[in-house]
Design a binder for this molecule. Structure first.
Ligand SMILES: Nc1ncnc2c1ncn2[C@@H]1O[C@H](COP(=O)(O)OP(=O)(O)OP(=O)(O)O)[C@@H](O)[C@H]1O
Ligand SMILES: [Zn+2]
Ligand SMILES: [Zn+2]
Length: 804
C-alpha cells in the first residue's frame, strides 16, 4: 500500500494554490506526521513544504509521483487547528496558503535556503581553481564560488556533471549555551585559597575576597569582570586555584533582564467586579462570546485581564494576551510576569530570532501557560486556550500589512470559536467598528466609567497656537505650557511631552521658494538628521547631505524646518536650564534594552521631563506624572487617511491618560493650529460616545467603514506606464464582473506613488454586501498569477486596509 503526503509547497507565484501529492518513502512512513515540515522536489528544485494530509491513494499516476526527499521535523510544528486556520486565512485575506502557514511560525523555523555545491567526481578532473575550493570539503556553499568569481567555471563543471547543486534548508535559532562561573560553595576553602595567594598577586587576592561574598553563586564572567573589577586573566588563574569552575549552561534566552517582585490581586471596584463576573460566566459556560471592555484610561482594565487569566489557569487552560508593539513596554510585561511568574512567555519584535524561537518552544512544549505578545502572538501554539485578550484593540498595528494581510482581532475570534472560549477587546477609545458591533449586541459591552481609585481624569487645556503667533510668540511652546512646566519643576513633579510622529515636520525647506527636499525613489519628504547634517528617507533609507543652496532657486535660505525631538530637546534646555530631560524616540531606543533603561530611569525619578513620540503614548503608569503636554495635535489630523480624526482622538485621549493616574491630580496642555476640529474639541472632555456619534455620522456621509467595506487593490511596476496600464486592466476587468452596487474608485497613483523604485497605482472598492466579490477577486488573482506576474507586475489585494 502506498503512503501519500499532501504538501503545501513554498512556491510563490503559482497560479493555483493547492497541495501537491508526494509519495512517502518506506523509512519515513512511521514517523511522518501532519503538520511537519518536509523537503520535496518541485520542478528542478527542492523546496520547503508542510504536510497537510496523509492518505493511501492519489490521482497522480504512480510512475509520475515523486517521493518526499527529507523530513525536517520529528514532531509536527503545526497543530491541526493551525492547518484549519490557514485554510480560513487563505480565503479570508486572499493569500497563498503557504504564507498563512509560515506566519504562524517563528522566523527561526521559516527556513532559509542555502545552495550547496556537491563534488560528484574525482577532484583532479576539475579545473585548478575549483580544486582549491573543494580541497577542504566535498560540499561547499555556493557563495564561496560567488565570492571567488568562479561561477563560470562552476557552470562548466555543472554541465559536465562533475558537481551538483542542492538547496539546503538552513536551520536558525539553535539552542543557546552560555559559559558561566560557578563559585565554590565552601567559604572556608575560599579563605584557604586566599591565604595561599602571594601578596604580590593583589588582583587575585581581591577577586577571591569578592568571591567569599558570593559563595555558591553561578555568575557570567562579564558580570564578575564588572562587579569585581577584574579581568579574564585573573579570573582564569583563580579558577585554576579551585576557587571557582567554568560551567556550560544551556539556557532559554531570558528576555526579562531582571527579577520581578510578586504582586497580589487587588480587590476590585464594583465596575471591575461586574465586568469580571460576566467574563467568568462565559468561561464557565464555554461560550465563545466577545466582550468589548471599554474603560477610561487608568480604570484598571489590566487588573481585569489579570484576574480573568487567573481563572483560566485554575481551569488548566491557557491565555493569550495581545498588546500593540509599542506598548509592549517592560512595565506592561512585568505586570503579567509579577502575577504569573515563570508561566509567562513574551513575544515582541525586540527579541532576537533565537529568543523568539525559545519563547515559542516554551509555548509549544507546554512549559508556559500565558503569552503576552504583539500581533503574531495570536498564533501561539497553545492547544487548550481559555481566553484571548486584545489590549488597545483599536490599534492599527493589529493589522498586518504584508501577506497574509490579517487582522489579529479576526484571528482571535476564529480561535475563540475553535476553543469555545471568550475574547476580551479592551480600550479607552475603541475602534468605531468594534463599538458599532457592541451597540448592535454582536459584542457584549462592559464599561468602566471611573478610574480605579476614583481619581478624576486630568483637566485638558487646548491652546490655539495661531493666537500665540499673533502675540509674537514664535517658539514651539505656548506661554501656558511654559508656565505649567515651571510649576511642576518647582514641585518636583514629572512631565511628559509628546511630539506627534517621529521627526515630525523635520524636513528641509527653502524659505524663499518653498521647495521641500524629497526622496528620489519614494516621493515623500526626507527627514532631517542633525547629527550628521543629512536628510534621510524613512521608507527606503536613501540619504543625502543637506545642500548648501536650494536645488530649485539657488537661494541659500535652505534649512531644516519644524520640529523634531532633538530640536525640542534643545529648546527645552534653553527655556528650563535646570531641567533633566530624557528623550525617547527611534534614535535613542535603537539598541536593545535602551527602551527599558530610559523608562526605568524616568520611573526612578532620574529625570523631570520625558520627551517622546508615539512610543510614550501608551502604558506609562508612574505616580509622579502630573503634566502632559502635546506639542502639536495637528500632524495626525492632516494625514491622507479616512481614519485621521479617529486616530487623533485616540492619541490625544491616550496621552492625556498618562497624567494624574495616582494620588496627584493631572493636567494636560494640547497645542494646535485647529482647535475647532471636533476630534480635538471632543478629546478635551475625554468622553468617547459624543465623538463616536459624530464620527459615525461623518463615515456614513462619506461612505466609509463601518458602514461600508473597503478593498484596496495595488499594482506596482518599475515602469510607470506598465503600472498604470495594468491597474487600468484590473479595474476594467472588475467593472465587467461586479455589479453596480460596488463602487470602484480609480485607478489613481497611490499616496506614496513610488516606493523602492516601483511606481504604484491603486483602486479602491467600496461595497456593502457583495456575494460575488471574493470569487471575483480570486479570479483576478489567478489572472495575475498566470500572466501579469511574468511581466514584472506586482498586484496585492487588501480587504480592510489601513489607508496609511
Ligand atoms: N481595584 C483596584 N484597586 C486599586 N488599584 C487599582 C485597581 N485596579 C487598578 N488599579 C491601579 O490603577 C492603575 C491603573 O490601572 P490599569 O493600568 O490597569 O488601567 P488601564 O485601564 O489598563 O489603563 P490604560 O488603558 O490607561 O493603560 C494602576 O496603577 C493599577 O495598579
Ligand atoms: Zn528655493
Ligand atoms: Zn525613499
Amino acid at each position: 500500500m502506498i503512503t501519500v503526503a499532501q504538501v503545501i509547497v513554498d512556491v510563490a507565484a503559482y497560479p493555483v494554490d493547492r497541495p501537491f501529492d508526494y509519495s512517502v518513502p518506506a523509512e519515513m512512513t512511521q514517523i511522518i506526521e501532519i503538520g511537519s515540515r518536509v523537503k520535496v522536489p518541485f520542478g528542478p528544485r527542492n523546496v520547503l513544504g508542510f504536510v497537510v494530509a496523509i492518505k493511501n491513494e492519489t490521482d497522480v499516476p504512480l510512475e509520475k509521483i515523486k517521493p518526499v526527499s527529507q523530513l525536517l521535523d520529528f514532531e509536527p510544528v503545526l497543530t491541526a487547528e493551525m492547518l484549519e486556520l490557514a485554510k480560513w486565512l487563505k480565503n479570508e485575506t486572499i493569500c497563498y496558503e503557504i504564507d498563512a502557514l509560515q506566519v504562524m511560525l517563528p522566523s527561526a523555523l521559516r527556513a532559509k535556503y542555502e545552495k550547496i555545491v556537491n563534488l560528484q567526481t574525482d577532484i583532479e578532473v576539475l579545473p585548478r581553481a575549483l580544486q582549491e575550493v573543494f580541497r577542504t570539503a566535498p560540499h561547499v556553499n555556493l557563495n564561496v564560488f560567488e565570492k571567488n568569481n568562479l561561477l563560470t567555471e562552476l557552470k562548466q563543471a555543472l554541465n559536465n556533471k562533475q558537481v551538483s547543486i542542492e538547496n539546503i534548508v538552513k536551520q536558525k535559532g539553535k539552542v543557546k549555551e552560555v559559559r558561566k562561573v560557578q563559585i565554590t560553595q565552601d567559604v572556608q576553602k575560599l579563605m584557604e585559597i586566599h591565604q595561599q595567594i602571594s601578596n604580590r598577586a593583589k588582583k587575585q587576592k581581591q577577586l577571591v575576597e569578592w568571591m567569599q561574598n558570593h559563595a555558591g553563586e553561578v555568575i557570567t564572567p562579564e558580570v564578575i569582570y564588572k562587579e569585581a573589577g577584574t579581568s579574564s586573566q585573573v579570573l582564569k588563574s583563580v579558577v585554576e586555584l579551585g576557587a571557582a569552575a567554568f560551567v556550560q549552561e544551556e539556557v532559554f534566552r531570558d528576555p526579562f533582564a531582571k527579577e520581578v517582585q510578586k504582586t497580589k490581586f487587588l480587590s476590585l471596584t464594583d465596575e471591575q467586579s461586574s465586568a469580571l463576573n460576566q467574563i467568568m460566566a462565559a468561561i464557565d459556560d464555554k461560550q465563545p462570546e466577545t466582550f468589548l471592555l471599554h474603560g477610561v484610561t487608568g480604570s484598571g482594565k489590566t487588573e481585569v485581564y489579570l484576574q480573568t487569566i487567573a481563572k483560566v489557569l485554575s481551569k488548566g487552560k491557557e491565555a493569550i494576551v495581545l498588546v500593540p508593539e509599542i506598548s509592549l513596554t517592560p512595565q506592561m510585561t512585568e505586570r503579567f510576569r509579577s502575577r504569573f511568574g515563570e508561566m509567562v512567555a513574551v513575544m515582541h519584535s525586540g527579541l532576537s530570532v533565537g529568543e523568539k524561537y525559545d519563547e515559542w518552544r516554551k509555548i509549544h512544549q507546554g512549559k508556559v501557560k500565558v503569552v503576552v505578545g504583539a500581533r503574531s502572538a495570536v498564533f501561539a501554539p497553545f492547544e487548550n486556550v481559555g481566553i484571548i485578550i486584545l489590549d488597545e484593540e483599536h490599534e492599527s498595528t493589529y493589522k498586518q500589512e504584508d501577506s497574509p494581510r490579517y487582522h489579529a482581532r479576526d484571528v482571535a475570534l476564529w480561535r475563540a470559536g475553535y476553543h469555545q472560549c471568550p475574547v476580551i477587546l479592551g480600550s479607552a477609545t475603541p475602534s468605531l467598528e468594534s463599538f458599532a458591533r457592541a451597540k448592535k449586541n454582536v459584542y457584549k459591552l462592559l464599561t468602566l466609567k471611573d478610574r480605579a481609585l476614583k481619581q478624576s481624569l486630568p483637566k485638558v487645556e487646548i491652546v490655539d497656537m495661531r493666537d500665540e503667533l499673533k502675540k509674537g510668540n514664535r517658539s514651539m511652546f505656548s506661554q501656558s505650557l511654559v508656565e505649567s512646566i515651571h510649576t511642576r519643576l518647582e514641585k518636583n513633579e514629572q512631565i511628559v511631552l509628546f511630539l506627534n510622529r517621529r521627526g515630525y515636520s523635520s524636513f528641509v525647506m527653502c524659505r524663499d521658494c518653498g521647495t521641500v527636499l524629497q526622496c528620489e525613489n519614494c516621493d515623500i519628504s526626507l527627514t532631517y538628521h542633525r547629527k550628521n547634517e543629512k536628510c534621510k528617507c524613512h521608507y527606503c533609507g536613501y540619504e543625502i547631505h543637506v545642500p548648501k543652496t536650494c536645488p530649485q532657486c539657488q537661494s541659500d535660505h535652505i534649512r531644516f524646518f519644524g520640529t523634531g525631538t532633538q530640536k525640542v530637546e534643545e529648546e527645552l534646555a534653553k527655556l528650563f536650564p535646570g531641567a533633566r530631560v530624557l528623550r525617547m524616540d527611534v534614535d535613542t531606543t535603537r539598541t536593545k534594552g535602551s527602551h527599558e533603561q530610559l523608562l526605568q530611569a524616568f520611573g526612578d525619578g532620574e529625570a523631570d521631563i520625558l520627551l517622546g513620540t508615539q512610543m510614550i503614548a501608551k502604558g506609562l503608569d508612574y505616580p509622579n506624572i502630573t503634566l502632559v503636554g502635546v506639542l502639536s495635535a495637528d500632524t495626525s489630523l492632516h494625514l491622507p487617511d479616512f481614519r485621521a480624526a479617529e486616530k487623533t482622538f485616540q492619541l490625544l485621549t491616550q496621552v492625556s491618560g498618562r497624567a494624574g493616574r495616582h494620588e496627584k491630580p493631572g493636567e494636560v496642555v494640547v497645542q494646535t493650529y485647529t482647535p475647532e476640529h471636533y476630534a480635538i474639541e471632543l478629546s478635551q472632555a475625554q468622553d468617547y460616545e459624543p465623538f463616536y456619534e459624530r464620527e459615525m455620522h461623518m463615515r456614513h456621509h462619506a461612505g466609509y467603514p463601518p458602514y461600508y467595506y473597503l478593498a484596496l487593490i495595488q499594482v506596482s511596476h518599475e515602469d510607470v506606464l506598465m503600472a498604470a496600464d495594468y491597474a487600468g486592466k484590473a479595474v476594467e476587468w472588475l467593472r465587467s464582473q461586479l455589479s453596480f452596487k460596488v463602487s470602484i474608485i480609480g485607478p489613481t497613483a497611490s499616496g506614496i506613488s513610488r516606493l523602492q523604485n516601483r511606481y504604484r497605482y491603486q483602486c479602491l472598492l467600496k461595497y456593502k454586501v457583495e456575494p460575488d466579490l471574493i470569487p471575483t477577486l480570486l479570479q483576478l488573482i489567478k489572472i495575475y498569477r498566470s500572466n501579469w506576474i511574468k511581466k514584472g507586475i506586482n498586484l496585492t489585494i487588501d480587504l480592510d486596509p489601513n489607508m496609511i
